[in-house]
Design a protein around this ligand. Sequence first.
Ligand code: GLU
Length: 314
Amino acid sequence: MSFRGRFAPSPTGRIHLGNARSALLGWLQARAAGGRFLLRIEDLDRARCKAQFLDDLYRDLEWLGLYWDETPLVQSQRDDVYREALEKLERSERVYPCFCTRAEITRAASAPHGLSEEGPRYPGTCTALSPETRTERTRTRVPALRFRARPGEWCFEDGLHGRCCQDVASVVGDFVVRRNDGVASYQLAVVVDDAASGITDVLRGDDLLTSTPRQLQIHEALGLQPPRFWHVPLVLGEDGRRLAKREGAFAVAELRERRLPVERALGLMAAWSGVGGGEPVTLAELVGRFRAELLPRSPVVAPEGLLKQALGLD
Ligand code: GLU
């Protein structure tokens, strides 16, 4: 199958250079492989996604020259597709209704950036409710749907981290695939959409590494072929924390609005990607330099002072 990669941002803020670097790497990987690069808008968390951020996102990618092939999938328009997948899981009894009122159910529409964002393991409160109790509770409350995590270690070969394993059932427990407001969870939507788009290679930040075993369990339950994964170590701020959209850390839109030469932004991202020393560079030059072996295998620290200097913002 020919290479198909994707960038799947959530328009919950202005993307920063760290996010854009994932887009750049996915784009370079696709171009170097003579394949396609797709864009998908992950806007299931309707409360947090804003039209303005989406608008910025398109402009940012265009400014950077990271054009996408094919019409982007927009998750908020794909309820029917997710419903079908959920029905399939219901028929094979891989999911069960959960009546718990946990904040976690609300959060399920967003990608968890690391296990610590997800709270404790689900204790299985609703796993074994009798059919009568389920019917009874459904009268007063719409349930969420939880996926029955398979026991044992789930392993996969990551392009950058090598063999990765997680015992989903004991670390995460049964997890939400549909919230109680009917919205599909991030974990379900990402699997259904990657399969629908025929994605062969997922390159994304390694804060999602701990979500992958869950996604692989969904792939298996739906009889879908999983893609290869490349979890890229993140760009961190001086404090060792990942750059966050909400802090406005080097928002691409801001650099674009300040009319920074785009080659400078590309140069910096290239330096964080093993394909440059920080000097201004064009995309065409980067395509020629890119090799998967050069992808970074450890986090990059980007001190603010140096960043500003590199971008000429001082
Ligand atoms: N939409 C997710 C995010 O913003 C990324 C999902 C993915 O790449 O699988 O973090």
